[in-house]
Ligand binder design. Structure first.
Ligand code: NDP
Length: 324
């Protein structure tokens, strides 16, 4: 890539900060490090409200991005998704449409947008793979978010067919890492449990995990996900989406997650599971075969315990400024 301006929307969030970390810390010129002639720009919502077409165009006028990694989205936990379906649908449609159209109008050479495995159909044959996105309605709870995200895949294909745009999308499974949202009420399972366990240690109270601890999930560390995005930017040119995940054989139980958090925090108090609370779906495995085939066998994911330990260390060190 000679002389390129890479704009990362959602650059202040969990995934965006993961990409920033890798670009800044991997050796220059290496597979995932910064390359000569590259200028990386990470923006949050304070720079432009991407729901607004004029602000989005002003952003493109300012930076003239040749490449765009589009991560910005209205995201939230189960409660918010259920309560604000229209808001999640409309705001994400606006954000995505503005970015896709600005990338087309301003002749960006490449655009990668970010979907999520929770946009897949509710009733579907597992494991999930890239061919199954549109095979049935999404789960009722995230109806708005899921439909808005699915439309990105539809739009990518239409922009390619009508205008030859090099647009594609990535589909991460559950992400965790530094700069996550550690809110106690409306966060994902890992940051929520880290915060809970941290408070239990600090206050000398029990650490109670909701549910039986038996469900299995695939988690991807934000620094590994970052490498997948950087690889996609440089080495992949197809509209077909790719699932970014660890393998199906690397699923972990919620109990394994909680055990690793207890260890990383150094919590020695009372630790139990509240089995009166709902577990959610037992498994929803996603296949990472396409990713592994394309990125190659040399690519290694960070061992889960190490990634979790690093995340906990970051949270403890940044407790005063982290999103809690
Ligand atoms: P975060 O909540 O950490 O970050 C969201 C980012 O979007 C922030 O940089 C935020 O800016 C920006 N943003 C939100 N609304 C606007 C807006 N109106 N205009 C401009 N920027 C806006 O989310 P993640 O990093 O977790 O998510 C990044 C992407 O990854 C999303 O597309 C999400 O759907 C996807 N994803 C996430 C998963 C996960 O487990 N976290 C799993 C699968 C997919 P600011 O903070 O400055 O307001």
């Amino acid at each position: 890539m000679s002389s390129s301006v890479i704009l990362v929307t959602g650059g202040s969030g969990l995934v965006g900060q993961g990409i920033k970390h890798i670009i800044e810390t991997e050796p220059e010129g290496s597979r995932f490090g910064k390359r000569p002639g590259e200028q990386w720009i990470f923006i949050g919502s304070s720079e432009a409200d991407l729901r607004d077409a004029a602000q989005t165009q002003a952003l493109y006028d300012k930076y003239k991005p040749t490449h765009v990694i589009h991560l910005a989205a209205l995201v939230g936990g189960l409660f918010k998704n259920m309560k604000y379906k229209l808001t999640f649908l409309r705001e994400n449609i606006l954000i995505n449409d503005n970015i896709l159209h600005a990338s087309y109008k301003n002749q960006s050479q490449k655009l990668i947008s970010c979907l999520s495995t929770c946009v897949f159909p509710d009733k579907v044959e597992y494991p999930l793979d890239e061919t199954k996105i549109h095979l049935g309605p999404p789960h009722e709870s995230n109806f708005g978010y899921a439909h808005a995200k699915r439309m990105v895949d539809v739009q990518n294909r239409a922009y390619k067919d009508e205008f030859g745009c090099n647009f594609t999308s990535a589909i991460p499974t559950n992400v965790f890492g530094p700069y996550d949202n550690f809110d106690l009420e409306d966060s994902h399972v890992i940051p929520g449990l880290i915060h809970k366990c941290y408070l239990a240690k600090k206050n000398g109270t029990p650490f109670v995990v909701a549910g039986t601890g038996k469900p299995l999930r695939q988690f991807i560390y934000s620094h590994d996900l970052a490498k997948c995005f950087i690889w996609m930017l440089r080495e992949y040119d197809s509209v077909e989406p790719i699932i970014f995940s660890v393998g199906e054989d690397e699923e972990v139980t919620i109990k394994e997650v909680a055990d690793a958090i207890v260890k990383a925090i150094g919590f020695e108090g009372n630790y139990t599971f509240d089995t009166t609370k709902a577990d959610g779906q037992f498994r929803k495995p996603a296949s990472n075969k396409r990713l592994v085939d394309l990125i190659g066998p040399d690519f290694k994911f960070t061992p889960f315990e190490k990634a979790l330990d690093d995340t906990v260390k970051w949270f403890v060190a940044n407790y005063d400024t982290a999103r809690t």
